[in-house]
Design a protein around this ligand. Sequence first.
Ligand code: UT7
Length: 354
Amino acid sequence: MTRAAITGWGKCVPPAVLSNHDLEQVMDTNDEWIHTRSGIKERRIAHVEVSDMAAVAGQHAIAAAGLEPEDIDMLLVCTCSPDRLIPSAAAMVQAKIGAHNAGTMDLNAACTGFLYGLTAAAGLIASGAITRALVIGAEKLTAFLNIGERATGVLFGDGAGAVVLEATENANEGILSTELGSDGRMTELLSVTHTGTEYPKGDPLYAERTVYMEGREIFRNAVVKMGESATNALEKAGLTLADVDLLIPHQANVRIIDATAKRMNLNPAQVYVNIASYGNTSAATIPIALTEALEEGRIKPGDVIVFVAFGGGLTWGGLALRWGDRTEPIRTSDAALPPTDKTGLELLAARPRV
Ligand code: UT7
């Protein structure tokens, strides 16, 4: 049976840092509230676009897999904040990294996007349609924030993470199962409004875009659905919660992560958390966290790893995989973003206020 295994990984976080103390200068909030309620201390603000961050993360992942960009058959960017509506961010990344033999597409399942993307790419591999995929989660949600709106303005950050998936016949590694879900009746709980065809050019509200979120209701749903989808994915793989070596959850709120871990009966050493440094980077949180977990030696050959996510749609998902033999990159890449002399606060202040 052909499976998809992760053979390369990489991340790109923009250099400009925006701390909670910086935010105190532009909205009615404070470090204590943000850290206690969400676990976030700082986040990154992009001085470039989503395809730029995605391209850098993708090049690191390709090098880690020991491949060349031309080896990729499918390039999938999971994002809800692409540079443009047309072309896809994936096509822009393709040009930037030279993955000229790949098909390209974007996938939007909000914060659950990376799990939907992994599932789609793994299915293409299992069907024999492709052999190697580059799956990238990349977001610049700070472009949609309304500066001063404290309910959402403190939560999001920018960044990208990527993995290479390759076909394997080895029964002891690869993606074992996924469980994806959605409830479109809850669309209004989390939404970036006034962006699409609902408000065409010329409409007075066109471009009054902003992130709207009913935080408490999302929190309640997230805790239930993340726990359920992780358990269901494990069951589909013939595993139980006792088999889990590491949970890598979507990083939206450390209290959601803690509650999910409690429901799954996991101890803190079995859960990877980096939300303090980056905030919620939507579809990018899991591949960034996976890359950092590998860099920190938190993943061992043969480990059972579970990804869980939750986001706008509402959407949710769980994915179980068994890590292969290699936890070190085959090669490294010197791909990097262009430098900026701007601070996070300066970049945020330069965004138009609507
Ligand atoms: O990525 C997937 C989707 N997103 C999520 O998963 C996010 C899910 N939700 C959450 O993470 C949390 O609900 C939040 C972090 C957004 C909010 O935490 P909360 O504990 O649910 O706070 P709350 O919304 O109930 O607000 C409590 C109080 C309110 O004041 P009053 O009414 O008690 O006087 C808010 O006005 O905190 C106030 N507040 C703030 N205070 C300082 C809300 N935002 C802020 C802020 N700074 N940034």
